[in-house]
Write a protein that binds this ligand. Structure first.
Ligand SMILES: Cc1cc2nc3c(=O)[nH]c(=O)nc-3n(C[C@H](O)[C@H](O)[C@H](O)COP(=O)(O)OP(=O)(O)OC[C@H]3O[C@@H](n4cnc5c(N)ncnc54)[C@H](O)[C@@H]3O)c2cc1C
Length: 332
């Protein structure tokens, strides 16, 4: 077998690496060098997700992938920032508590208990829960580790048509670029994200919150970086807007007032590869062409299971039952 993977984002690289590990020698990844969603992604690994966005097939994939993350991270062999402190889901106003508590099914913690876990929290935070299995990883470190493992198998090249590739199997893992290559319904969903830099340890957990009706999350890395995200807009432009930054910073500083002292290190836009039902497109498209795209809000979480299932499919030709409800042709 020879395999050409189109797209060197977190999904394409994970698949390529799994194929190589499983003994497929002839694997080439083509990447056009445009930063994919992985560069912007916060790296929350939240298998519980948000019920409103997820179908049962997607929930199964998410929980199975979350279980695979510890060994996936360990096998990358370098620090990829996989962190098990878990997430605090928080609410600030009485209305925020009312809406957030519909999603909470663990014991609700009082403000004093929350501040014991997370001393920098604002006294305005009224309630929250600890979600120990909602973890995080640093997607930039994951991609760097995968790239260095795949080394000269990654070729800097834009693929404009699948016919130009000379391989027995082509895997299309091009994120938002998948639509142009296959005609499949993958659309860009814009997200603005900020990176702050402060004292390491200022925040200990991933924090996700509703602050005066607005959703915000803070993902603290061990080196003092704090990712603040994210807007969700049905747009494909790359503009960082004043309103986007204002909303994110206002909510973040309401939640953790000391963030006002941090450096604003980066403002970035990324595009989530969305699909009509928010579940990815995984499986055989036609003879010799396999698709692994459309991971929307959860591509980092779903990288390990996507790599395992797609490598199995390429090597054995047999689709795992987990792929039944996420076939790429389901919208035809
Ligand atoms: C703001 C934001 C926050 C997010 N937060 C999280 C999170 O906390 N947790 C989580 O699990 N997920 C998160 N995501 C989602 C996650 O980033 C994506 O689902 C994931 O990156 C998809 O991976 P991918 O490899 O399919 O696509 P990408 O990461 O977009 O990579 C696609 C790659 O393919 C290349 N490419 C495209 N077309 C071509 C072509 N024709 N030829 C050659 N190369 C091509 C691109 O240059 C790119 O390198 C977030 C996304 C955004 C935008």
């Amino acid at each position: 077998v020879s395999v050409a993977v189109v797209g060197g984002g977190i999904i394409g690289l994970s698949i390529a690496w799994r194929l190589v590990e499983r003994g497929v020698g002839d694997v080439t990844v083509f990447d056009d060098g445009v930063d994919g969603a992985w560069k912007v992604a916060a790296g929350m690994l939240a298998p519980g997700g948000e019920a409103a966005f997820e179908t049962p097939a997607l929930v199964r994939l998410m929980s199975s992938s979350a279980q695979r993350w510890p060994s996936f991270a360990a096998s990358l062999g370098v620090g990829v920032g996989y962190d098990e402190a878990g997430t605090l889901s928080l609410a600030v106003t009485a209305d925020d508590v009312a809406s957030a508590s519909r999603e909470w099914d663990s014991p609700v913690l009082r403000p004093s208990q929350l501040r014991e876990l997370e001393p920098a929290l604002s006294p305005r935070v009224r309630a929250g829960v600890h979600l120990p299995t909602d973890r995080q990883v640093d997607p930039r470190r994951v991609v760097a580790a995968l790239r260095s493992r795949l080394d000269d198998r990654v070729v800097a090249k834009r693929v404009s048509t699948l016919d130009q590739l000379d391989a027995s199997t082509v895997v299309v893992a091009a994120g938002c670029g998948t639509a142009a290559l296959t005609g499949l319904p993958v659309r860009p969903v814009k997200g603005q994200v900020l990176r702050l830099r402060g004292e390491p340890g200022l925040i200990r957990h991933v924090l996700e919150a509703t602050v005066d009706g607005r959703s915000v999350y803070l993902v603290p890395r061990a080196d003092g970086e704090i990712v603040v995200g994210a807007t969700q807009e049905e747009r494909s432009d790359w503009t960082v807007t004043a309103g986007g930054v204002y909303d994110l910073l206002r909510a973040a500083i309401e939640l953790v007032p000391d963030l006002a002292e941090c450096a604003l290190a980066e403002t970035l836009v990324g595009h989530r590869p969305g699909t009509p039902d928010n579940a990815p497109l995984l499986g055989t498209l036609r003879d010799g062409v396999v698709v692994a795209a459309g991971h929307f809000r959860n591509g980092v979480l779903l990288a390990p299971i996507t790599a395992d299932l797609i490598a199995d499919l390429v090597i054995s030709g047999v689709a795992d039952p987990l792929l039944n409800d996420v076939a790429p042709g389901r919208f035809a």
